[in-house]
Design a protein around this ligand. Structure first.
Ligand code: HEM
Length: 238
């Protein structure tokens, strides 16, 4: 007589919850790569302002008032690079204290990025992109700051899904600087360097990142982590 093997299935309730952000380093590394171009450009600008060689096209607004851009570039580099590692589920799980400590630093850095970007929008005269890009930048600066504040208040109330969503939105708005390093040259090559084409090509970088962020926030659980079932992340308020 043939012996039949009865498949043993674990009850769904006993399976550890799926980790929605994946657990490896791929995502943080990809996010760091995305921000490399604007961060390297910013570093060259800082070098130039410190008396080094001029390697970037002249920017009269920065020459006239360099302080805001120095603050902007330093905090943006910190926010982009350190922020990338907040999305590593493995790091959050194994070192929750690290996630909280760097989260506090990132809240301050992110608010300064948004404030300095808004400041330059308001007080740097005649930036390329005209009124349209001026308005988009004011909207983005305000939306980024609001997302950080909402992400912070959400975690204080232990609303983890809302915290995750708002922090993804804030980060996506910030690192659009990396997407714009692609969309701006493509847009200006195809449509010239009028204010309208600059505004649309820079603005499309923000639209792309917001669309990706909303997809990531809403995507079904486990899309990137079907094969890795990981224990639930323990999150304590900041
Ligand atoms: C991680 C995020 C960001 C990075 C890495 C970044 C990087 C930079 C860099 C390198 C510059 C100097 C450009 C130059 O040397 O000519 C700059 C300028 C500027 N950024 Fe950002 N930025 C970020 C986020 C933002 C955000 C969210 C806003 C929106 C308010 C913003 C608004 C501005 C403005 C208005 C300028 C001055 C543009 C000009 O007058 O030429 N930035 N940014």
């Amino acid at each position: 007589m043939t012996r039949h093997t009865v498949p043993v299935t674990r009850p769904a309730a006993r399976r550890p919850p799926v980790d929605r952000d994946g657990s490896g380093w791929h995502l943080p590394v990809a996010l760091v790569v995305l921000s490399l171009v604007p961060v390297v450009a910013g570093s060259l600008r800082l070098l130039e302002l410190a008396g080094g060689p001029q390697l970037l096209p002249a920017n009269p607004r920065i020459d006239a008032s360099p302080a805001p851009v120095v603050v902007h570039v330093l905090t943006a580099a910190l926010y982009a690079f350190l922020g990338a590692f907040q999305f590593s589920a493995r790091l959050r799980r194994r070192h929750p204290g690290w996630h909280r400590r760097s989260g506090r630093i990132l809240i301050a850095a992110g608010l300064i990025v948004a404030a300095s970007g808004t400041w330059m929008t308001l007080f740097y005269p005649d930036a390329p992109g005209g009124d349209l890009l001026w308005g988009i930048r004011l909207l983005v600066g305000s939306a980024m700051a609001a997302s950080i504040v909402l992400g912070f208040t959400a975690i204080r109330r232990r609303r983890i899904a809302a915290h995750r969503a708002w922090m993804i939105r804030a980060y996506a708005l910030a690192v659009s600087a990396g997407t714009q390093a692609l969309t701006q040259p493509i847009g200006e090559t195809l449509f010239g360097t009028s204010d309208l084409s600059t505004a649309l090509s820079v603005g499309s970088g923000w639209i792309i990142n917001v669309a990706v962020a909303e997809w990531v926030i809403r995507r079904p659980a486990g899309l990137w982590a079907r094969r890795r079932r990981a224990p639930a992340t323990s999150v304590r308020p900041l």
